[in-house]
Design a protein around this ligand. Structure first.
Ligand SMILES: Cc1cc2nc3c(=O)[nH]c(=O)nc-3n(C[C@H](O)[C@H](O)[C@H](O)COP(=O)(O)OP(=O)(O)OC[C@H]3O[C@@H](n4cnc5c(N)ncnc54)[C@H](O)[C@@H]3O)c2cc1C
Length: 690
């Protein structure tokens, strides 16, 4: 074993650096305060101040637990956290006032000013503290238990989930009146992001807090909420979500599990089987989808231990081996009628709406995994010697670091932007509707496309970063003794569950086309304007611009035009049958994702520039935005060419290709120089820190 690998092994096996040195932009980006070093986990206690917005009265409570602190809401209005020894202000802060709840998908048509878009730099001090606590929990509790998690040692996963609950992490999305914290979606994303250092844990955690708990938050009756939510928030009960079956995964509406009302009308009798259910091995409460009389798609709450309900053996999986995945069997399983969730025959609303937030959180969790993989790669490259040099000095290793960091930066920018839009939309609810689940869900559904983008882009970004880590580590990347091998295997599931990436690509384009057809998104008007522009003579080359991002803004404008050209041509050719042209739909989805990615990266780079042009953060964000602009242009040009060639022919195709070339005509940027600059930044930092 070489000297370099020896020290990587040390890091992997527990010679961890102090937490303060390994924390991320959560530590000090944006509104950086004079924060003291956070106390060790286990010594934390939490003071909770509630402030009644009507009376102005404040009250204070402290909850301390072995091994951590807990967060509790009391439903009185604004809630304050105070980690002892740290500064205090509101956690449930109103979103930054200038953030705009832009209509879902509007990024395709309009630019946003930096002040209108939420970026990680806008996080409040308290949101940072929660993220730091999550990161510390991941390092101090999850990291050391990696082997036991992977071996599925009995009690380990459940124990860690309980510890996470004691810190309040499982209560984030549960309203205060049911024992939760009712925090904003940004905080929810931060927890999913920074707790994610082990994908098995993240899967169990995500299945519980997302698809396992949210169906009851959004669709439960008052009695169901009272009965289950406090226990789910505190982890007294673990949740699971059972939709998939052996014969229907993507084709979820085709499930065969049946529910029949008993003769006395008091119970539903369930029969059927579910497949691949996360947390099944130890979950206590299952949201189970079945068709009443084989027709009405509905959801039911089934408790573990109910007669006629049994759980199959654990699946042996390619990755996330520490997570529990089992089949469920219902054999004349009788459950009280009160356990019908939502309306009979409307279960598909529950199934699909819950997945929006599931996809959003999956994207956030991919950030944590990718940050970890990138940082391992950076450290390894700085230690490993070949040909008498550290491999970090090689251009091709630097390219891997730059590419990984850039994709991570773009995903991060999209994820927190989406969180900010959701929070702004929810903050805009009138007071009497502030807790109305259907209204909340409707406002989140507005961002269904952004959620699917995060799922697809995030999972593919994580795959890329994990793959580059394996390659950077060479042979050591391929063997089980080092974490690259597990990270690589673990990453793969994200492209399959929460709707496969194929299905999500179809959703992205299909949803936007539907919005365009119903006039909710003025896409058709934009296509018409573009067609008029095409008929006009090309403009003279624009004068030099004072905009530091003129080039990237120009590329963004071009990407939008190329997309409109391709989408307009495809729509004209196929009309309603466009949805059956899957390859065209997927190519358009790739254009849409690239546009959202570039605009999100650009607006964040602008914000960092405004905060301080000379800062290394502003410089590296600018470089990554430029690098991504080049990549996005290549992706969109290629995808649009395929769409045009499929949807058009002859002279018309010739004209369209000429127009495409005109829009995509951009002098090449020196990507190699940019990549070297980006890699240098992260190698100097020794980690992913903007
Ligand atoms: C580890 C793990 C955990 C899971 N956890 C849960 C859980 O907690 N709850 C739950 O309900 N489910 C869970 N699942 C199931 C998961 O959601 C499904 O596996 C997934 O939805 C895909 O369904 P499928 O496996 O039946 O594949 P299929 O739907 O058969 O798809 C096979 C392939 O065909 C493609 N395909 C299918 N339909 C189309 C189409 N219309 N157009 C184009 N391509 C298509 C797919 O993209 C895929 O590439 C889990 C799965 C795994 C492996």
């Amino acid at each position: 074993m070489t000297e370099a690998v020896g020290s990587v092994e040390g890091q992997v096996r527990g010679d961890r650096q102090p937490v303060e040195e390994t924390d991320d932009w959560i530590q000090d980006a944006g509104n950086r305060g004079d924060q003291k070093t956070p106390p060790e986990l286990g010594k934390l206690s939490l003071l909770l101040l509630s402030h009644d917005t009507a009376s102005g009265e404040e009250s204070c409570a402290r909850r301390s637990f072995d091994g951590g602190c807990v967060a509790v809401g009391d439903g009185n209005g604004v809630v304050f956290f105070l980690l002892e020894g740290l500064s205090m202000s509101t956690v449930v802060a109103a979103p930054v006032a200038s953030i705009v709840a832009a209509p879902g998908g509007s990024f395709l048509l309009e630019d946003r000013a930096p002040a209108e878009v939420f970026t990680p730099e806008d996080l409040s001090a308290e949101q940072r503290q929660i993220a730091q606590t999550a990161a510390r929990f991941a390092k101090e509790k999850i990291d050391p238990a990696m082997k036991q998690i992977e071996a599925k040692e009995p009690g380990v996963m459940r124990g860690l989930l309980t510890e996470a609950a004691e810190l309040g992490f499982t209560a984030v999305d549960v309203p205060e009146e049911y024992g939760g914290l009712g925090l904003d979606k940004t905080t929810s994303a931060l927890v999913a992001d920074f707790i994610s250092v082990n994908a098995s844990f993240s899967t169990a955690f995500g299945a519980h807090v997302g698809i396992g708990t949210l169906p009851i938050v959004w669709y439960g009756t008052e009695a169901q909420k009272q009965r289950y939510l406090p226990k789910l928030a505190s982890m007294e009960m673990v949740g699971a979500y059972a939709l998939s079956e052996a014969t229907s995964g993507s084709d979820a509406m085709n499930i065969r599990t049946r529910a029949v009302l008993s003769a006395d009308g008091a119970e539903y009798v369930l029969n059927g089987e579910k497949m691949w259910i996360s947390n099944a091995g130890f979950a206590d409460l299952f949201t189970v989808f079945a068709k009443i009389d084989g027709e009405k798609f509905s959801a039911f709450l089934v408790e573990r231990g109910t007669a006629g309900f049994s759980i199959g053996k654990e699946e042996h999986k390619l990755g996330i081996r520490g997570s529990s995945t089992c089949a469920l069997v219902f054999s004349d399983c009788r459950i009280p009628v009160e356990n019908l969730l939502g309306e009979a025959g409307k279960g598909h609303h529950i199934a699909f709406n819950i997945l929006n937030i599931g996809r959003f959180k999956l994207g956030a969790a991919c950030l944590g995994g990718a940050r970890q993989a990138l940082e391992l790669g950076i450290r390894y490259a700085q230690e490993r010697t070949a040909f008498g040099k550290k491999i970090a000095e090689f251009g091709l290793i630097q390219r891997k670091i730059a590419l990984s960091a850039t994709e991570l930066y773009v995903t991060e920018s999209m994820a927190y932007r989406t969180a900010g839009m959701m929070d702004a939309a929810l903050a805009g609810l009138p007071a009497e509707m502030a807790h109305a689940p259907r209204e909340i869900q409707k406002r989140i559904e507005e961002y269904a496309v952004e959620c699917s983008i995060l799922k697809v882009f995030g999972s593919e970004m994580l795959d890329l970063v994990a793959d580059e880590l394996v390659q950077t580590m060479g042979g050591y990347g391929y063997v089980e003794d080092y974490p690259a091998e597990r990270l690589y295997r673990d990453a793969r599931i994200n492209r399959i569950f929460e709707g496969t990436n194929e299905i999500n690509r179809l959703i992205i384009t299909g949803w936007l086309m539907k919005r365009a057809a119903t006039g909710q998104l003025p896409l058709m008007a934009a296509i018409k304007r573009l067609m008029e522009e095409i008929l006009e003579p090309p403009p003279f080359d624009p004068e030099e611009s004072a905009d530091a991002f003129a080039r990237e803004a120009g590329i963004l404008a071009s990407l939008r035009k190329v997309f409109l050209l391709a989408a307009g041509t495809a729509y004209q050719r196929y009309l309603q049958a466009l949805q059956d042209e899957q390859e065209v739909m997927a190519d358009l989805a790739d254009c849409i994702m690239a546009i959202f990615g570039l605009e999100s990266a650009l607006v964040r780079a602008r914000k960092l520039l405004l905060a301080g042009a000379a800062s290394s953060s502003a410089k590296v964000a600018a470089a990554m935005t430029s690098a991504y602009a080049a990549r996005a242009l290549a992706v969109v040009e290629r995808a649009a060419k395929r769409v045009l060639a499929a949807a058009s022919e002859g002279d018309a195709l010739g004209v369209q290709m000429a127009v495409l070339r005109r829009f995509a005509r951009v002098a090449p940027t020196n990507e190699i120089a940019l990549q070297r600059q980006i890699a240098r930044h992260f190698l100097e930092q020794g980690r992913y820190r903007i």
